[in-house]
Ligand binder design. Structure first.
Ligand code: NAI
Ligand code: MG
Length: 360
């Protein structure tokens, strides 16, 4: 299969980890007889320095003219005091909007060899394997009005939680599609005891559930969900929720299974290419030292193969290689925990590459 992939390395360790992920994609292409064409674009601080904009038009065009996008990370102290239109994060928000990335998927899964790097006991996190599906372009973060105002002569403020029903439908449908290929359970998280928007969300979920008789639908209030994620995370398969609840719960869930450097994400578009990125930032404290963990970026590339290209076998080959590499004791510094020798970024990439080539 021939596929065009846009790579946006961005700033700091974004450059180092995307280089590793590209190498793994090249390995998969070679091993499974695919042709991946890589094209590069600028985003974030580095784009500001070179073009005066955190997301140049050229980058948007390049992304739209490709089958999938792989992003590193943006930002760094160098740009922290810039006016807001010249901040690297602007590039991130803008690319999500330009590509209509309405859903953010965060898989949370357990690696037995890393159980010591979670703050929770092994018995609780063992076998954890679920995906959080967060709505990304609606809700409280985008609703208007959102402003300072006065009410009864007093200082006041308003934010608006606004959704159109079709925005709820498409994200909940995506969750059911995912669940139908997994353990067949959707947990829809809302606050239906208080919010009208949540009551429509719940109704919508019930309607969609009728079309997926093989998938179990469960509703959970968001405060309870926050507790259940810590008490018994194994109960979840696919969790779907609106933008702000998803923002909070996905950060909470990300600590269950260890380091930031391990966790991938996928953002799904209504049309056009999806975008895949590690959830970590540009890590200025370790940038340029070749010690960043490339696994989050590599697992993001695996998600790309699965979700954008339908290459399930290839995606599993990468995930399995990562698991084997960790099982063999290979660690970068962030997950080392008393390890005698830790690997550099490039050494870790080489080990994972070797594990892919060694598979039957
Ligand atoms: P961060 O995720 O960059 O770093 C947090 C801590 O985790 C640091 O100690 C870092 O060294 C470590 N870490 C992160 N990824 C790692 C990896 N792959 N391997 C080993 N260690 C890793 O978050 P922080 O420090 O809050 O933000 C740094 C910059 O990144 C800021 O400018 C921020 O705005 C930006 N950022 C960008 C994001 C994006 O592009 N999606 C997301 C989060 C932050
Ligand atoms: Mg967040």
């Amino acid at each position: 299969m021939r596929r065009k992939i846009t790579v946006l390395p961005g700033d700091g360790i974004g450059k180092e980890v995307t280089r590793g992920a590209v190498e793994i994609l090249e390995t998969v292409a070679e091993r499974y007889g695919h042709e991946f064409e890589f094209q590069y674009g600028e985003i974030g601080g580095q784009a500001i320095d070179n073009t005066g904009s955190p997301l140049p038009e050229q980058t948007i065009e390049t992304c739209k003219n490709s089958d999938a996008v792989l992003l590193g990370a943006v930002g760094g102290p160098k740009w922290d005091n810039q006016p807001s239109h010249l901040r690297p994060e602007r590039g991130l928000l803008k690319i999500r909007k330009e590509l209509n990335l309405y859903a953010n998927l965060r898989p949370i899964s357990y690696y037995s060899s890393l159980s010591e790097s979670s703050p929770l006991r092994k018995e609780i996190i063992e076998e954890v394997d679920f995906v959080i599906v967060r709505e990304l372009t609606g809700g409280l973060y985008f609703g208007k009005p959102s402003e300072r105002t006065t009410h009864d002569g007093k200082e006041a403020v308003v934010d608006t939680l606004f959704y159109q029903k079709d925005e709820m439908q498409r994200i909940i449908e995506l969750a059911f599609e995912l669940a139908s290929k997994r353990r067949k359970k959707v947990t829809s998280v809302d606050k239906a005891n208080v919010l009208e928007s949540s009551r429509l969300w719940r109704e919508t979920a019930e309607e969609i559930a009728e079309r997926y008789p093989e998938v179990e639908l469960e509703h959970m209030l968001v405060d309870n969900a926050a507790m259940q994620l810590i008490r018994n995370p194994r109960q979840f398969d696919v969790v779907v929720t609106e933008n702000m609840f998803g923002d909070i719960l996905s950060d909470e869930a990300s600590v269950l299974t260890g380091s930031l450097g391990m966790l991938p994400s996928a953002s799904i578009s209504t049309q056009g290419p999806n975008l895949y990125e590690p959830i970590h930032g540009s890590a200025p404290d370790i940038a340029g030292k070749n010690i960043a963990n490339p696994i989050a970026a590599i697992l993001s590339a695996a998600s790309m193969l699965r979700l954008s290209f339908g290459m399930e076998v290839e995606a599993e080959a990468i995930e399995k290689a990562v698991g084997e590499t960790l099982d063999s004791g290979s660690r970068t510094g962030d997950i080392a925990e008393g390890q005698v020798r830790t690997l550099t970024t490039t050494e870790m990439v080489a080990e994972i590459k070797g594990a892919i080539l060694d598979q039957e």
